[in-house]
Design a binder for this molecule. Structure first.
Ligand code: GLN
Length: 199
């Protein structure tokens, strides 16, 4: 008899925003999850989802919770991270139309414009072709950041009208849309399998 299999725990940053739906999506692909609110929570996880929400608020809460510095260190060590919408903004090297005091992790070499799709179309949905998926993914964009530049270290995994909307650099995946808001967990599944978090 072998010892029970211990699955890697995937954290979901739960300071603010759309974290509960990410937990459901991860659970549906068989991942073990934990809400991350403190440095102790972060130390207990092997990977992290940074959800959508409000990036300025999230940046402030990352500092007041004491998570900013340990999370920057884990990113530098190569922890797998999936950042969606506000999470993408927090991971970008360059934020256009951000607040002057909005400090992020500069972990993915992209320039993103906050609310870059314009105020008239706060939200829209589109079917996008994703590298690694056989059929299109229905993507929900909500006051989404628009990628205006992607560096050579960045692999674009999906575009919408010629603009990158899903990209990867090393162990970090970023999406400008909300993959947790549709009942299609394939992107969470790719995050788990691509980063070998299924053991
Ligand atoms: N516009 C938001 C921001 O700047 C992001 C929107 C979202 O995460 N749905 O943080």
């Amino acid at each position: 008899m072998g010892s029970p299999q211990v699955r890697p725990v995937i954290g979901v940053l739960a300071l603010q925003g759309a974290f509960a739906a990410h937990e459901r999506a991860l659970a549906s692909v068989g991942a073990a999850t934990r809400q991350v609110r403190t440095p102790g929570d972060l130390a207990a996880v092997e990977a992290l989802v940074m959800p959508g929400g409000e990036s300025t608020t999230m940046a402030r809460l990352l500092h007041t919770s004491g998570l900013f510095t340990p999370l920057a260190a884990r990113l530098a060590e190569g922890m797998p991270v999936f950042g969606t919408c506000a999470g993408m903004i927090l991971l970008a090297t360059e934020v256009l139309d951000g607040r002057a005091d909005q400090h992020g992790f500069a972990a993915v070499d992209i320039a993103v414009r906050r609310n870059g799709y314009g105020r008239q179309i706060d939200s829209f949905e589109a079917d996008i072709e994703v590298v690694g998926l056989e059929t299109p993914f229905h993507a929900v964009f909500i006051r989404a950041p628009k990628v205006e530049r992607a560096g050579s270290a960045v692999t674009v995994l999906a575009e919408h009208e010629g603009v990158p909307v899903l990209a990867r650099q090393g162990a970090i995946t970023v999406a400008s849309f909300h993959p947790e808001l549709t009942p299609d967990p394939r992107l969470h599944g790719l995050f788990v399998t691509d980063n070998d978090l299924t053991k």
